[in-house]
Design a protein around this ligand. Structure first.
Ligand SMILES: C[S@@+](CC[C@H](N)C(=O)[O-])C[C@H]1O[C@@H](n2cnc3c(N)ncnc32)[C@H](O)[C@@H]1O
Length: 344
């Protein structure tokens, strides 16, 4: 069985080394970020760099633009493959992420519509935002190299959408900084592993200024206690569900009796120092609280430096009593990773 994996273009200088260390030096490149491995991806700490991974159950290397009746033929083959599988969802994306060629964008949409009509004929259509992460899904990726499909679960592949990216607009009315997209995507990703957090959730946010992430949390109805040396954007600073503390997070201690259901840390600076500040706040978190931590790295690092940093921070987290829920490199992460833990 071949696996198809996705490694962000952010790490393009390191793609060859990552593949070599995954025993996949001969992998075929598809689009800008995908690789068809010669076999299954081995378990490895390099999975930190792999955003999406799906076993290939059907592949049709071809040029869809030049293939007559491509859509009819692709649908027929996929319907045969899926006949007995009982898929509950169909997700199709172009192999080129970001701004794909309009032909492939349209083709992906048409393929999804046709497959939904034939495969989910009598089943209730499920919104990908509401989907159970364990539902069997037909994932397809289509591009100038052909069609690649898998029957798998969102949890196993690493996303609800084929390829793992959820499109998030930076132009939303409440958007304050690009960081907002990171927490929007992280909360979406979290649903692969954990139910959505209730509206009553009170977040402690460290490194909150100017407030891109804060605005996203407030938009979802959450209460936020935001800490940063720098000021918050005046568009949100007097929001009724927001308390702001303009100080060093290391020196911040919550008002007496206040406890938090979740902690978000996007502080820049050395990652282990940021984690030490997080660890000191753990007594103020409820048992079972979630911690979403952006592991900041140096752009010019080597794979080994990044892996070592992640190992150190994970060790610190384990020593502080945190359980790992998931780690990923989100579409909206640059040279940084998103780590998610749970207290207790
Ligand atoms: C990447 S920015 C945060 C962006 C923010 N999450 C957003 O959504 O707009 C990092 C922030 O961490 C803050 N920071 C770093 N170390 C800090 C510390 N020890 N105490 C308070 N703030 C800190 C910086 O002032 C900076 O505003």
């Amino acid at each position: 069985m071949h696996d198809l994996i996705r490694i962000s273009e952010v790490f393009s200088e390191h793609h060859a080394e990552i593949l070599k260390r995954l025993d996949a030096a001969g992998a075929k490149k598809l689009g800008t970020e995908y690789y068809l491995l010669p076999g299954p991806m081995p378990a490895s700490e390099l999975s930190l760099f792999v955003r999406w991974q799906m076993p290939i159950h059907h592949s049709w290397p071809c040029s869809p633009e030049k293939t007559e009746h491509f859509l009819d033929k692709a649908c027929y083959a996929l319907e045969q493959k899926c006949a007995a599988a009982g898929v509950l969802q169909v997700m199709v994306s172009p192999l080129i992420s970001g701004s794909p060629h309009p032909f492939f964008k349209k083709l992906a949409t048409a393929l999804r519509q046709r497959l939904m009509a034939s495969l989910l004929e009598k089943k209730a259509k499920i919104d990908p935002e509401e989907q159970n992460p364990q539902d069997l899904t037909l994932f397809c990726l289509v591009g100038k190299e052909g069609l690649f499909a898998s029957i798998a679960t969102p949890r196993d592949c690493g996303g609800f959408y084929a390829g793992g990216s959820k499109y998030i607009s930076h132009n939303a009315a409440h958007s304050i900084s690009r960081a907002g997209a990171k927490i929007a995507e992280a909360l979406h990703f979290l649903r692969l592993h954990h139910p959505a957090l209730p509206e009553t959730t009170h977040w402690l946010e460290l490194g909150a200024s100017p407030g891109g992430m804060t605005a996203e949390l407030l938009e979802r109805g959450y209460r936020v206690t935001a800490v940063d040396r720098a000021p918050m954007d005046p568009r949100i600073s007097s929001h009724p569900r927001l308390s702001c503390y303009a100080e060093n997070a290391a020196a911040f201690f919550p008002p007496r009796g206040e406890r938090y259901d979740a902690l978000l840390c996007d502080m820049n600076g050395p990652a282990r120092e940021s984690f030490a500040i997080v660890a000191a706040k753990l007594p103020y978190l409820e048992s079972g609280a979630l911690i979403i931590f952006t592991l900041k790295t140096h752009k010019t690092g080597s794979l080994d430096e990044w892996l070592e940093l992640r190992r150190h921070v994970q060790r610190d987290a384990t020593a502080a009593g945190l359980r790992s829920i998931a780690h990923t490199h989100l579409t909206y992460n640059r040279h940084e990773f998103t780590l998610i833990w749970r207290k207790g």
